[in-house]
Design a binder for this molecule. Structure first.
Ligand SMILES: NC(=O)c1ccc[n+]([C@@H]2O[C@H](COP(=O)([O-])OP(=O)(O)OC[C@H]3O[C@@H](n4cnc5c(N)ncnc54)[C@H](O)[C@@H]3O)[C@@H](O)[C@H]2O)c1
Length: 268
């Protein structure tokens, strides 16, 4: 293989910050960035999940620093980014992955519920963008990756809070891309379709670990049938998109949202 191809995806010498890295897509992205050569600084509100991710990173020969972080608190997000800058010397990649989902009809949604989803999914991403962009502007390089959702394009009953934050993340991504592009900083997003992670497993797996196999099979069948590829996504599918956006392979890509959803939605 032409060496320039693997070099385009090589993150050796780069430093990546990943939020929501205590599980699911964030954990997979942290491990994949590390496998591609990056040192990673990982944040999550669930500290125990972070330590498992550190072990995964170390298993691929990487280095990780875990910083328990609630992304809805600006000071904690800034401390996470500063840890990367101080301990590893730069912030080359910022992946804003942390997110929560709540199901409720608009007429039944409380103000507290609305505030909680906005605090994590929108303000958390905004704080991550701002903290990383300041460092990246000073460096005159960097790649920010925000995680939106297919929900940003497709209205679904009971997902109003979630969907509106994801649509806002897409606009934040495009707006910031216009502001920081002249400084050599790229800003993109991914909009995952239905992906097998703890977020979606909650519909068939109880907190004590009980698996309702019938409910799982029904859900996977229903979601697979929506895709021309006839399958649901996995965390690696999403992390691969993020590796592309983090790396020099996407050097001319900014302000874009990659819809890694198996073709469930196709935008013109
Ligand atoms: N799984 C899917 O089908 C799917 C589809 C579209 C978009 N997404 C998005 O992908 C991202 C990752 O989701 P996932 O599927 O891996 O879900 P997940 O629930 O498995 O992981 C989300 C992680 O975010 C962390 N988190 C939650 N609140 C936080 C906070 N305040 N501060 C820091 N960390 C916090 C959780 O502890 C968890 O480790 C989310 O933004 C989600 O909205 C997921």
């Amino acid at each position: 293989m032409d060496a320039s191809i693997s070099k385009a995806f090589d993150l050796s010498g780069r430093v990546a910050v990943v939020t929501g890295a205590g599980g699911g897509i964030g954990r997979e992205a942290a491990a994949l960035f590390a496998a591609a050569g990056a040192r990673v600084v990982i944040g999550d509100v669930k500290a125990d999940g972070l330590f498992d991710t550190v072990r995964l990173v170390e298993a691929v020969g990487g280095r990780a620093i875990a910083v328990p972080t609630d992304v809805s608190k600006r000071s904690e997000v800034e401390a996470l980014v500063q840890t990367a800058a101080q301990e590893f010397g730069s912030v080359d990649i910022m992946a804003n992955v942390a997110g929560i989902i709540r199901n409720n009809l608009v007429v039944d949604t409380s103000e507290d519920e609305l505030d909680a989803v906005i605090a994590v999914n929108l303000k958390g991403v905004y704080f991550g963008c701002a903290a990383a962009a300041r460092v990246m502007i000073a460096q005159q390089r960097g790649s920010i990756i925000n995680v939106a959702s297919t929900g940003m394009d497709m209205p679904v009953p009971s997902l109003s809070c979630y969907a509106l934050t994801k649509a806002a993340v897409a606009m934040l991504t495009r707006t910031l891309a216009t502001e920081v592009g002249p400084h050599g900083v790229r800003v993109n997003g991914i909009a995952p379709g239905f992906t097998d992670t703890p977020m979606t497993q909650r519909t068939w797996k109880s907190t004590d670990g009980f698996v309702d196999e019938q409910a799982r099979d029904d859900m996977w069948k229903l979601r697979s049938a929506q895709s021309p590829l006839n399958r649901i996504g996995n965390a690696r599918d999403q992390a691969m998109q993020m590796l592309y956006l983090a790396s020099d392979a996407s050097a001319f890509v900014t302000g874009q949202i990659l819809r890694a959803n198996g073709g469930v939605s196709m935008m013109p």
